[in-house]
Design a protein. Structure first.
Length: 245
């Protein structure tokens, strides 16, 4: 009986100790309460192309969702390359073990953590176009990220440009944010290697918001050597890279 009593006491103590330990991690705080944050998410395709890695990207968006208040997060910017390739039906296990649909679904699932909580801006990367290496402008972003999916866009989304098919999508879009310290911000998101029409559209949009600070979000603007790209080895055409933009 004494042994049983000791075991029960030890188990109860363990449960109480574990219960007390289950507290939310300390959230980061801004040193200046008047400051704000913009969170940048770089190319997540390596998370989404392997099923075992997908929770890592979802963990990042979950962390952002829980840091909106403490960090005064105004918006989230993603530099594109959500998936490894489009139209993969039989994954090779090297460039991922997920079909393209599963990769897009994983990306969409991660951003669900932010839907109706904060505005996020996604630009498209070279991996998001074509079949293997941006041979054309086929892109699934409009299928998984239509303009109505995030309720916060009703306040921030101010312009939607045309894609290569002449359809207004979020491949070219502008979002407005207001801050106490920087004033009004306009984030213009452009398709990968934007066409002349997309750049001309962005210039017109920027001209309409002369009292805003403008952030241009686009993919492959800089080279690995920290210089503006002059030309890339992609078949996609017509296209403009960093220097031309």
């Amino acid at each position: 009986m004494k042994k049983i009593l000791l075991l029960l006491t030890a188990s109860l103590f363990s449960c109480i100790t574990n219960t007390k330990a289950q507290i939310y991690p300390v959230r980061p705080q801004l040193s200046d309460k008047h400051s704000f944050s913009m969170i940048l998410l770089p190319d997540p395709q390596s998370y989404n192309k392997f099923d075992a890695n997908q929770p890592l990207f979802e963990l990042q968006t979950a962390w952002i969702a829980n840091s909106i208040g403490p960090l005064n997060v105004k918006g989230v910017l993603c530099t594109g390359d959500l998936v490894e390739q489009n139209e993969i039906r039989i994954p090779d296990g090297v460039n991922g073990n997920q079909t393209s649909e599963e990769q897009w679904q994983a990306a969409s699932r991660a951003f669900e953590r932010l839907d109706n909580k904060i505005s996020y801006v996604i630009c498209t990367g070279n991996h998001d176009y074509g079949y293997e290496k941006a041979e054309n402008r086929l892109c699934r972003l409009p299928d998984y990220f239509p303009s109505e999916r995030n309720g916060c866009w009703k306040k921030s989304l101010v312009e939607a440009g045309l894609n290569y098919q002449g359809i207004p999508t979020l491949e070219n879009a502008a979002y407005e944010f207001e801050t106490d310290t920087w004033g009004k911000l306009l984030v213009i998101s452009l398709e990968f290697a934007p066409r002349n029409e997309a750049i001309e559209w962005a210039a017109k949009v920027a001209g309409k918001y002369k009292d805003h600070k403008v952030i241009l979000l686009t993919h492959s603007y800089m080279s690995p050597e920290a210089k503006r790209h002059v030309k890339e080895g992609y078949k996609i055409s017509p296209a403009n890279y960093g220097e031309a933009i």
